[in-house]
Design a protein around this ligand. Structure first.
Ligand SMILES: Cc1cc2nc3c(=O)[nH]c(=O)nc-3n(C[C@H](O)[C@H](O)[C@H](O)COP(=O)(O)OP(=O)(O)OC[C@H]3O[C@@H](n4cnc5c(N)ncnc54)[C@H](O)[C@@H]3O)c2cc1C
Length: 507
């Protein structure tokens, strides 16, 4: 299909064409009244699904991302695709009219990478999930959410290790890795990917697996969404759900000293933890009461152990040795699926966030943990809906994760120990200083961690403030990702502020 130059575009066009160019250049779209008889009308006519434009009923809901910081980015239109052919139509249209296409599944990109002033290609209706018990596989539509996968497998003999939030898209999750409470013993979501179908920048529908377009298949396991095309289908190998009971635990404490004790002891536990232990530790700044800011910290560790309660009890004993008797204790055997129901978190009220994550290769010195907790006691906001918390996601390392090499998939972060993550949240309508203060606080926590951690950060927790993101997200896999990008999207149709760039051609 012939590309239309920007000049042609302006010469041939009505206001609608100008509107399209403005969107492609990242400008605010013009009035919807200009749209009649335009390329957008052509697109609307070709789609089996719906095309929503500013002013249409449901438009605001359709374009709203999970992170409130990007609510003011208004696309020229949102295509609610009915099937993969609609996705091809949208990609061809975007290429033809020079409009930036951005794929959207669950809308949970931390950095707003499924927002654009161009065309949002919403794949949410491609949410079919079917389980093939005989072959132990599951076919998932490119727009399915964790909730769809959960509902299709809950209570059964097979499962897919996904993330904790039911509203997150399986597409975005898988393409960037996919971590959760089953990673430590079952590896990443993308490690279970057997094949995928993708719409490329050329509008081709390709089937990918380890023998067909294996370079692109490799990139789809950790190279993150937003760079290579739009995946309309995934096929996963499922894991066997334990038939015996497993053990769930949650211990709660209060105060800064307990926070330092728990986070440090948890770090030490992880150094030798068996794959069967899948757990996190966290501390959060809460409203300050009479005992002062050091006491206004809630602390907890929780997780599951694929084994009996006695073994788990012994494994997590160092937490109690370090922080004293918890104020609340739960340690109990349950069915595997009852534990998954505890972990599966429903969608929270939409808010703003700005997490930055940092992998560690070994326990960080206790003095460093104490410094981070000190920062938590000085967190600039500590109300119920605006606060900072500190997480150690202990799922990301261990023998199962390390059974895959750093370059075997595009997800490079193997042989790590834990993933540290300061998490700031604030309401969308909070005054600017609230968000700014929490972002500054997050950066200070990262500065404390930096000398003790490799320069590696989880690509599925992207943050636009990470300047050296190419190295932090992809390390030694970055050059190969650039080669794959150059082969399949030389003109950089699929892009966002941290997408893989194509290699520049030498003239
Ligand atoms: C509240 C919350 C909880 C989270 N919990 C976890 C967790 O437990 N574990 C974890 O690993 N991560 C977690 N994440 C991070 C999450 O994995 C990433 O944000 C992921 O990219 C979101 O995918 P999405 O489809 O929901 O988002 P979107 O914003 O729709 O998409 C994210 C990116 O992927 C692209 N994309 C989406 N779908 C496709 C597709 N089908 N084909 C090609 N590109 C696509 C988009 O264009 C965009 O660039 C969480 C995020 C939030 C906000």
């Amino acid at each position: 299909m012939a590309a239309v130059s920007r000049r042609n575009f302006l010469q041939t066009g009505s206001g609608a064409l100008g509107l399209t160019v403005a969107a492609g250049l990242g400008l605010r779209p013009a009035s919807p009244a200009l749209v009649g008889g335009s390329p957008l009308d052509k697109l609307r006519r070709r789609l089996r699904g719906r095309l929503l434009m500013p002013g249409d009923r449901g438009f605001a809901e359709a374009i709203a991302p999970a992170n409130g910081r990007y609510l003011d980015v208004v696309p020229i239109a949102a295509a609610l695709c009915a099937d993969e052919h609609d996705v091809v139509t949208c990609v061809d249209w975007s290429r033809r009219y020079g409009v930036q296409p951005v794929g959207r599944t669950g809308g949970h990109s931390y950095a707003g990478f499924s927002t654009t002033t161009g065309l949002v290609i919403d794949m949410g209706r491609l949410d079919g999930v079917s389980v093939d018990r005989r072959h132990g596989t599951m076919t998932v539509g490119g727009g399915a959410l964790n909730a769809n996968v959960f509902n299709a497998t809950v209570g059964g003999p097979l499962f897919l290790p996904v993330g904790t939030c039911l509203g997150v898209g399986v597409g975005g999750l898988t393409l960037g890795g996919g971590i959760g409470y089953n990673t430590h013993w079952q590896r990443l979501t993308c490690d279970h990917l057997r094949s995928s179908q993708i719409v490329t920048a050329a509008g081709e529908l390709l089937d990918l697996d380890s023998r067909h377009h294996e370079d692109l298949f490799w990139a789809c396991r950790g190279g993150a969404g937003g760079s290579f095309g739009l995946n309309t289908r995934f096929v996963f190998d499922l894991a066997e759900a334990p038939r015996q009971n497993v053990t769930f635990y949650r211990y709660d404490w209060r105060g800064a000293d307990a926070a330092t004790g728990v986070l440090s002891a948890f770090d030490e536990i992880l150094a030798t933890a068996p794959a069967a232990l899948n757990a996190v530790a966290s501390a959060q700044a809460v409203p300050v009461g009479r005992p002062g800011p050091r006491e206004a910290i809630t602390v907890f560790s929780r997780g599951q152990y694929i084994g009996p309660s006695g073994e788990l009890h012994d494994l997590v004993q160092p937490l109690i040795a370090a922080a004293g008797t918890p104020v609340k204790i739960t340690l109990t055997e349950m069915t595997f699926w009852d534990v998954q129901k505890i972990f599966a978190s429903a969608e929270a009220e939409k808010h703003s966030f700005g997490d930055i994550s940092r992998y560690a290769r070994q326990p960080v010195p206790q003095a460093v943990v104490a410094n981070m907790v000190d920062l938590l006691t000085r967190c600039p906001s500590r109300s119920d809906d605006a606060n900072g918390s500190l997480w150690s996601l202990g799922w990301v390392g261990g023998p199962a994760m390390n059974s895959v090499g750093r370059t075997e998939t595009a997800y490079v972060h193997r042989n790590v120990h834990t993933l540290w993550r300061p998490t700031p949240v604030w309401p969308n309508d909070a005054p600017a200083h609230v968000g700014n203060g929490l972002i500054e606080w997050t950066n200070e926590v990262i500065d404390v961690l930096r000398p003790h951690t490799p320069d590696e950060s989880y690509q599925n927790f992207p943050n636009r403030l990470i300047r050296d993101w190419k190295r932090e997200y992809y390390a030694e896999n970055f050059p190969r990702l650039v080669s794959v990008k150059t082969k399949y999207d030389r003109h950089n149709l699929f892009r966002n502020p941290q997408s893989i760039p194509p290699r520049r051609s030498k003239r």
